[in-house]
Design a binder for this molecule. Structure first.
Ligand SMILES: NC(=O)C1=CN([C@@H]2O[C@H](COP(=O)(O)OP(=O)(O)OC[C@H]3O[C@@H](n4cnc5c(N)ncnc54)[C@H](O)[C@@H]3O)[C@@H](O)[C@H]2O)C=CC1
Ligand SMILES: O=C(O)[C@H]1O[C@H](OP(=O)(O)OP(=O)(O)OC[C@H]2O[C@@H](n3ccc(=O)[nH]c3=O)[C@H](O)[C@@H]2O)[C@H](O)[C@@H](O)[C@@H]1O
Length: 446
């Protein structure tokens, strides 16, 4: 009999994973505790912006022409327990309020809710990003809470997808990593990730702690790479160098590589910032805090970028924001996503607003989420409207459409032709030729 899969938590990770599992041919049931999300997904609508996901969803949710009907959604753990042979846990693991540590309460709640409803031998597979040691603890919890006689095993299978590329990354992953304690679990996961998904993707089998650590190590490395180039940007500014050229030049060395060397206002989002902090907190609990002290520096270089952007903008408008209008292009933490969790762009916008400027934000996809998080900022329906009357335009999220903006047309709308590029993504010459003062982070002023 074909394996049936449940996916618990249908956010950025879970909704994508559920649709991808249906694409691979499995019967899938997605579960979330938020009924509105379940209603939307059941109707073939994705509750966030993720390119290609809605199309994938509609290929498998019933009610659309030619759909396989293999993908359904529910809020019922009882239904999930009846349905699944394999249960993927994809719930959120945010930073604890006021602490560095990871809040495991959602993962714990998912295991606690599922376990009593299990009806047959199952594999529960954690995908959420968790502190090392969680899998062993959860395996014991699962065994304890599962009905007597039900064999409930746990595996850990961290996820490496990027928002904006979630569908592609899930269907064609760089690698699949599984932390298992039995051959049966490994075999089941090899079946799940069988062709075409695993074609060309290395399949790494390891123990729980290594699987958990691979995930936090990967995100720590990426964060470190970004903070490294941002540290170079600071030195370039002091010395009159150009960090974009520097990144290009060091990137030709294949050992260094070109990727993740874009200097700017730094990393944000629902993952890198909280993951490096949770990693430091966990290392501290394990008595290995010294090993990760460099991550504290990675974090502080990153947070400094936001303050630096605010300072540059303040200086650009004459030393004070009082009575000034500032246009902010971009609200999401990166382009091609509507995610504003720990967004550097919104953080900068918020700081400038607090310092007295009238800030107007435009983002192609993140407006609703931005408004919900920063209701006191002003929002405009286009970049042009946001720029109207502005004393400075700040480019803070590198959406492709911002690269296409017409500097001459925007120049007609603003009070002062002054643009600060927080992502080093615009073409300085185009803006300068149209009479703008263009300023970027880590680059010469003219
Ligand atoms: N967003 C991303 O690009 C990636 C996220 N991750 C990790 O995946 C996990 C999930 O992240 P996101 O999808 O971004 O979070 P999210 O917040 O978008 O989604 C989490 C979902 O879980 C649901 N949920 C919470 N408690 C629940 C419960 N007890 N039972 C059922 N559903 C519950 C929430 O309602 C929400 O819909 C995190 O650990 C994150 O670090 C890993 C790789 C990529
Ligand atoms: O654990 C996760 O959730 C995911 O976190 C990141 O993915 P994501 O947060 O979607 O976004 P990234 O593309 O990594 O960008 C993160 C942040 O770094 C910034 N960034 C990225 C690259 C760069 O060169 N410079 C830079 O400032 C982006 O603007 C963004 O704010 C990782 O890239 C994924 O592999 C991982 O699965």
């Amino acid at each position: 009999m074909a394996l049936k899969i449940t996916v618990i938590g249908t956010g950025y990770l879970g909704a994508t994973h559920a649709a991808a599992m249906a694409e691979l041919g499995f019967e899938v049931l997605g579960l979330d505790v938020v009924p509105e999300k379940i209603e939307m997904l059941s109707a073939g609508r994705v509750p966030m912006y993720e390119p290609g996901l809605e199309e994938l969803l509609r290929r498998h949710v019933a009610g659309f022409e030619g759909s396989t009907g293999r993908l359904r959604f529910t809020t019922s753990y009882e239904e999930a327990g009846e349905f699944g042979d394999i249960h993927f846990i994809c719930v959120n693991t945010p930073q604890k309020h006021g602490e560095y540590a990871c809040d495991m309460s959602y993962v714990d709640a998912a295991v606690d809710s599922l376990a009593p409803h299990l009806t047959r031998p199952v594999l529960v597979v954690g995908k959420s990003t968790v502190p090392v040691g969680s899998a062993a603890r959860l395996a014991a919890r699962l065994a304890e809470l599962a009905p007597v006689g039900v064999d409930a095993e746990l595996a850990w299978n961290p996820e490496f997808l990027r928002e904006g590329f979630a569908v592609q990354d899930t269907l064609h992953p760089d690698r699949i990593v599984v932390g298992v304690t039995s051959e049966r679990a490994e075999k089941l996961l090899r079946t799940v990730y069988g062709t075409p998904l695993a074609e060309g993707s290395p399949f790494v089998v390891t123990d729980y702690p290594t699987a958990e650590l691979v995930k936090t190590a990967a995100n720590s490395f990426l964060a470190t790479k970004i903070s490294f180039i941002n540290a170079m940007a600071e030195v370039c500014e002091a010395a009159g160098g150009d960090v974009v050229k520097l990144a290009e030049a060091i990137g030709y060395d294949e050992r260094i590589g070109k990727k993740f060397l874009r200097a700017g206002i730094g990393f944000g989002g629902g993952c890198l910032p909280k993951d490096i902090r949770a990693f430091m907190a966990r290392a501290g609990e394990l008595g290995a805090d010294q090993a990760l002290t460099f991550l504290r520096e990675v974090d502080s270089i990153n947070m400094r970028r936001r303050g630096h952007m605010v300072e540059l903008a303040r200086n650009a408008v004459g030393g004070s924001f009082l009575g000034k209008r500032v246009a902010v292009l971009g609200a999401t933490f990166k382009p091609d996503s509507d995610d504003v969790r720990d967004s550097p762009a919104l953080n900068v916008a918020g700081q400038i607003h607090l310092q007295g400027a009238q800030v107007t934000v435009f983002d192609p996809k993140g407006m609703d989420n931005a408004r919900a998080l920063f209701p006191t900022l002003a929002y405009a329906p286009s970049a042009l409207e946001a720029a109207r009357g502005a004393h400075a335009v700040l480019h803070l999220t590198e959406w492709a459409e911002f690269r296409e903006l017409d500097p001459a047309a925007l120049g007609e709308a603003v009070a002062e032709r002054r643009i600060l590029d927080g992502r080093n993504a615009l073409d300085p010459e185009r803006w300068r030729e149209a009479g703008w003062t263009y300023r970027a982070l880590g680059r010469p002023t003219a």
